[in-house]
Design a protein around this ligand. Structure first.
Ligand code: GA4
Length: 330
């Protein structure tokens, strides 16, 4: 733990961890324009639950525009940002507190609910015109593009697993009631720990509850993933690509064949990191259980059926690092 001054008087204790030594040079890369590269998708989902996507078709300018808008918001005075913290549930602006159960990190964020309707000015009521209109239109353009990419990747997964219909996974996130979100994270530089061999936790270790997460960040490092042997490795940043995580729900649908990757973010001592993550989730009513076609011969279902609503309700009672799937295992 490290105690940092927070605002005028308040002090806040943030967790520290030992820094991994190396960048991980073996992140699987799936080039969407290369059929041979696509063949590596299943291996990446089984081995790591994590891969990088290139030639994804989302214009760099769109990603840069959203990053600029996010940074414009994060550079507002703290009091103005706090005005947006009052929206219901976990949505809106947050700083250092993650979830409602005591997790802390060196991060500030905006969490937005994605519904079938475009994001409107009212959900960004804290921003004054004309910033709000610009932010909204960039957000909506980005969400449309990233959802399309998520579907393309999910369809590729179904095809590679040789299961029909090919939209078996993607239909869950295109459902008009899909419970998806967009998170904009800002990890300010943290000079306090410069030169030490420990890192300050920006976002503590966890797996994502949804089906799939698509992350785009600027070129500041910080994202780490846990390998099968439990070791942590740092992922070299790449602002022009997307990093994709298998979420808990996809682990369930594939009966554990795909792995929901444990990941975390360490704050950088010198540069700020900005990331935007799309979390594609199913409708609250959706029943989740291993797809019969994916229960291998002689094997049993590893999970009992549950609804996304049930899973989310229990997930929101947990701490970030908890194993949320445990209680649904058979
Ligand atoms: C992790 C993935 C997403 O960021 C998130 C997070 C959510 C939150 O920040 O409110 C949770 C976390 C995430 C999992 C366990 C619970 C809920 C914080 C937390 C302690 C938006 C999500 O869907 O689950």
């Amino acid at each position: 733990m490290v105690v940092l001054a927070h605002g005028e008087l308040e002090q806040i204790s943030l967790p520290v961890v030992h820094k991994p030594t190396n960048f991980f040079s073996d992140v699987p890369v799936i080039d969407l324009s290369d059929p041979e590269s696509k063949a590596r998708l299943i291996g990446a989902c089984e081995e790591l639950g994590f891969f990088k996507v290139t030639n994804h078709g989302i214009p760099m300018e769109l990603m840069a525009k959203l990053e600029d808008e996010a940074l414009r918001f994060f550079s507002l005075p703290q009091v103005e940002k706090e005005l947006s913290a009052s929206s219901p549930g976990p949505f809106g602006y947050g700083s250092k507190k993650i979830g409602g159960n005591g997790d802390l990190g060196w991060v500030e964020y905006i969490l937005l609910e994605i519904t079938s309707k475009p994001i409107s000015h009212s959900s960004l009521s804290f921003l004054k015109e004309p910033s709000a209109s610009l932010f909204c239109s960039v957000l909506n353009e980005y969400i449309t593009a990233v959802r399309k990419l998520a579907c393309e990747v999910l369809e590729l997964m179904a095809e590679s697993l040789k299961i029909q219909p090919k939209n078996v996974f993607s239909k869950l996130v295109t459902d008009s009631e899909s419970d998806s979100m967009l998170r904009l994270n800002h990890y300010p530089p943290c000079p306090h720990l410069q030169g030490l061999d420990c890192g300050l936790t920006g976002f503590g270790e966890h797996t994502d509850p949804q089906i799939i997460s698509l992350l785009r960040s600027n070129n500041t490092s910080g994202l780490e993933i846990s390998l099968r042997d439990g070791s942590w490795v740092s992922v070299p940043p790449d602002q022009s690509s997307f990093f994709i995580n298998v979420g808990d729900s996809l682990q369930v649908l594939t009966n554990g064949r795909f792995r929901s990757v444990k990941h975390r973010v360490l704050a950088n001592s010198a540069q700020s990191r900005v990331s935007m993550i799309y979390f594609g989730g199913p409708s609250p009513r959706e029943r989740l259980a291993p797809l019969p076609l994916l229960i291998e011969e002689g094997k049993q279902s590893l999970y009992r059926e549950f609804t996304w609503c049930e899973y989310k309700r229990s997930a929101y009672k947990t701490r970030l690092s908890d194993n949320r799937l445990g209680q649904f295992e058979m």
